[in-house]
Ligand binder design. Structure first.
Ligand SMILES: [Zn+2]
Ligand SMILES: [Zn+2]
Length: 210
C-alpha cells in the first residue's frame, strides 16, 4: 500500500491518494483543489474512483475536473448531496479553488459498505456531526483511517455549519474511539495527521466523552 497525502487549496485540505502498488490501482479522497497537482501524483496508476468524506466544497471542489478527465465513479453519502454546490459564503468557491458545479454522486457511501483500491479494502463508517453525511474510510489491515473533518490533531470538526450537530458529533467520536485501536493512523481533513491513541490522551475536546 502506498499513501500520498497532498495538502490542496487555500484551506489546506488533505487530499489522499491510496495506491495498491501490486495492481497499480489508485483511489483519490477529497480532491478539493489543485487538480493539476493531484493528476501529477496519479501518473503511472489507474484511477478507479473518487471518494469524498463529506460534501463541503473545499473537499469536493475538483471532483468535476477529475471526473471529466478520468471518467470514474464519484462516491459520497446521500445526506451530503445538498452541500456539494453550496459555497456557504458568496464567491467562496473562487477563493478556495473549487470548480463548481460539482457533479452528483454516482454511488452513495453507506455505513458498512466496502470500497476497494485494488486488493486493499476500506470500510465506510458513517460518522455524522460535522455534516449529516460525513463518512470515514477505515483500512483495518493497514491501521489507517481517512477521517475527513470528524477529527483533527488536538481538535474536532465544527458542528455549527448547515446540517451540523454536536450530539451526532459526540456519538460519532465515541464510536470511532471505541472501535478503533490506538495505533490507527488518522489522516485528518486538514493539517497534520495523528493517531487514535495520541488523540485519546491529548485531545481536549474528547475529555469526558468516554
Ligand atoms: Zn468540512
Ligand atoms: Zn474541511
Amino acid at each position: 500500500m502506498m499513501l500520498k497525502v497532498l495538502p490542496v487549496g487555500m484551506l489546506s485540505v488533505n487530499c489522499s491518494i491510496l495506491v495498491d502498488e501490486e495492481e497499480g490501482k489508485a483511489v483519490v479522497f477529497d480532491p478539493g483543489a489543485d487538480a493539476q497537482k493531484i493528476e501529477k501524483e496519479l501518473e503511472g496508476f489507474e484511477l478507479t474512483a473518487i471518494v469524498c468524506t463529506h460534501g463541503h466544497i473545499d473537499h469536493v471542489g475538483q471532483v468535476r475536473t477529475l471526473k471529466e478527465k478520468f471518467r470514474v465513479p464519484f462516491y459520497l453519502h446521500k445526506a451530503d448531496v445538498f452541500l456539494i454546490n453550496d459555497p456557504i459564503w458568496p464567491g467562496f468557491e473562487k477563493h478556495i479553488g473549487a470548480n463548481l458545479p460539482c457533479p452528483e454522486p454516482d454511488e452513495f457511501l453507506e455505513d458498512g459498505k466496502e470500497i476497494k483500491v485494488g486488493k486493499i479494502t476500506l470500510r465506510v463508517l458513517h460518522t455524522p456531526g460535522h455534516t449529516p453525511g460525513l463518512c470515514c474510510l477505515y483500512a483495518q489491515e493497514h491501521s489507517l483511517l481517512i477521517a475527513g473533518d470528524l477529527l483533527f490533531r488536538g481538535g474536532v470538526g465544527r458542528w455549527d455549519l448547515p446540517g451540523g450537530s454536536l450530539e451526532d458529533l459526540k456519538k460519532s467520536l465515541r464510536r470511532v474511539f471505541s472501535e478503533l485501536p490506538d495505533d490507527t493512523l488518522v489522516v485528518c481533513g486538514h493539517y497534520e495527521e495523528t493517531t487514535i491513541g495520541h488523540e485519546r490522551v491529548f485531545n481536549p475536546y474528547l475529555r469526558g466523552l468516554f
